[in-house]
Ligand binder design. Sequence first.
Ligand SMILES: [Zn+2]
Length: 396
Amino acid sequence: MNVLPLAFAISLTASFEGGNIRTFQQPEPGHFVIPLPGETDQDGRNRQANWYYFRLDGVRGKPLILELTNLAGEYNYRPNKGAVTGDTPPFYSTDNRRWQPFPDFTYDAETPKLVLRITPESDTLWVAHTPPYTNEHLERLRRDIRGHPAFQEKVIGKTPKGRPMLQWTVTDPAPSAQRKVVWLMARQHSWESGTSWVAEGLVRFLLSNAPEASAIRRGAVFQMLPMCDPDGVARGGVRFNHRGYDLNRNWDEFNAESMPEIAAQHAAIAAWAKSGRPVHLFLTLHNTETAEYLDGPPAPEGSAVRELGRRLSKLLEEQPAFSASRPLAWSEATTTAGKPGRMTVVQGLWRDFRIPAFLVEQRVSRHPKLGRQPNIEDRLAFGRQLASSLWNAVRQ
Ligand SMILES: [Zn+2]
């Protein structure tokens, strides 16, 4: 009988905040086959499998093979090979704080599967699609910035699991009627942890002592919706809220029962708009696998909104961590394949309030300007630069 001594046992778990895998096979002690759970929407469609986050213990000095399978998915009702490919190897960490891209992997496009190889120098190895940002990270940020005179927080609603939906205001406390108004949204999709690192970089910069930051606080009000799907983030979800709804679709067909997140945010924006206060720019932050771009609302050619979009696009392109993979585009007023419930926040806010709303996608694959997959420091730095780009886009 071949019994493995207990000291050599390797364990694998995802039982922690944001963790996500459900099953695995272990054909050899150091060989794990891990089918990614993925997630489908309220109708069992649009499967996406690109959030996984797990920990292995007892691995020091042991050659590991980790096979990620069950990658295929569907996007806007069209099948695809999945969002996990050879372009998007995961990140790993020995302490769950500092993350780096997996150096040794092969991608088999036929199956499809992604096979990772590593011999860890530490006893514990954490693996995730991108460097995680959980509600715990957000709590740490809130503790750091709470009490700052230029920062205010309010709770605008509750998620299906009872978590608070937050709205942050960042501006100089001295009253002024002349300020530019920028709304910013992050994490409509729970797998897109990169957008939370960007939001954190932005808010920490805005509240800093940097001369530019205090100038921005005097000239602008930032309204932030920093965490749109805290339930999804907590359970290690991929794209859909607790009830299965995509929070960046459905802005034309939401209700407070199935999508209280959208209902709360829409009401907060409606209250702002109905009080006669302007919104000079609205931006929602997203991640994709290999694309990077800015999208605007269906504003007519020749309008001030188109001019604003071109200005923002140019300002982003000047930043060291943004390189558009396609030109600025203007969303159609119609929804995907004519189906109701497919409006993005950009389309919905344009339809309801004519708000100049934009969406920025940032890639998680190797970045042409950075020469690497964007890491936490790159995202935080982009957040600082984004504060400046947004201010320069609206100040004129
Ligand atoms: Zn997204």
